[in-house]
Design a binder for this molecule. Structure first.
Ligand code: C5P
Length: 240
């Protein structure tokens, strides 16, 4: 495996969006050479807890624990501490939890292997839903203002849609990690994703890591599908 293929492979994230541990294990075994990170989300973690994280780590892959924490500062800090102890590489929390909680969590994660990622506005929310919550900004304005708040509180990673990569890079510069779902290879079924981008355009707008689920999991040959995406990332990085 060439260095640039490995570098590209390390930017591909496969969500383990399944409820059964043996199904998660099958996906990890099948794809561990073709993706760099496996995402453990609420469904799998609620059903099987830390065992799901251990399976990923035992395979030698990196683990993204997508729990989207949102609670009072002490509870968030406790959960972040537990995730750090599990050795996860990425962990999500909501920027809306506020500066006190964010700063406390950022301080805990400092110097550990766990990179905290702030979730700003869920992509399922549109302007009407934001208004119903009492917010006056457009979704994009709110994404940028919450990202600023998280950045000022010490966070250096964000989850965002492909469309938000460029505004966030402009606001925060080149160093933060941008974890980007909603990525579809050309011609792939969009599923329930509305705003999608190809791997090439996501990388060229500044994405660090690409989360791609169903186009890989549901492919006739998941390994070939993952490898094709890795090659596309490799080309996009080379072109950048
Ligand atoms: O199958 P698909 O590629 O659409 O999976 C995308 C993954 O990213 C899922 O795990 C989904 O929950 C997650 N996600 C998303 N959109 C967001 C945030 C997370 O699709 N805005």
């Amino acid at each position: 495996m060439g260095a640039s293929f490995r570098e590209a492979r390390d930017r591909l994230v496969l969500p383990l969006d399944v409820a059964e541990l043996d199904e998660a294990q099958r996906l990890i075994e099948l794809l561990k050479d073709d993706v760099g990170v496996f995402k453990v989300g609420l469904e799998l973690f609620t059903a099987h807890g830390p065992r799901a994280v251990e399976l990923v780590r035992e395979a030698g892959a990196r683990c993204f624990l997508d729990l989207k924490l949102f609670d009072i500062p002490a509870t968030m800090a406790g959960a972040v501490g537990s995730a750090i102890d599990l050795g996860v590489d990425y962990l999500t929390l909501h920027a809306s939890a506020g500066p006190t909680a964010l700063a406390r969590c950022a301080e805990l994660a400092e110097g550990t292997r766990t990179r905290l990622l702030a979730v700003t506005v869920l992509t399922s929310m549109d302007e009407a839903e934001l208004r119903a919550l009492g917010h006056r900004e457009t979704p994009r304005e709110r994404v940028v203002s919450l990202a600023h708040l998280a950045y000022e509180s010490g966070l250096r990673g964000f989850v965002c849609s492909p469309e938000e990569c460029a505004p966030l890079r402009e606001a925060l510069g080149p160093s933060p990690v941008l974890m980007v779902p909603g990525v579809r290879p050309e011609g792939a079924d969009k599923g329930d994703q509305r705003r999608v981008a190809t791997p090439t355009s996501a990388i060229s707008s500044g994405a660090s890591l690409l989360v791609v689920g169903r186009p890989i999991r549901r492919a006739a040959d998941p390994r070939a599908a993952a490898q094709a995406i890795v090659r596309e990332i490799e080309d996009a990085l080379g072109a950048g």
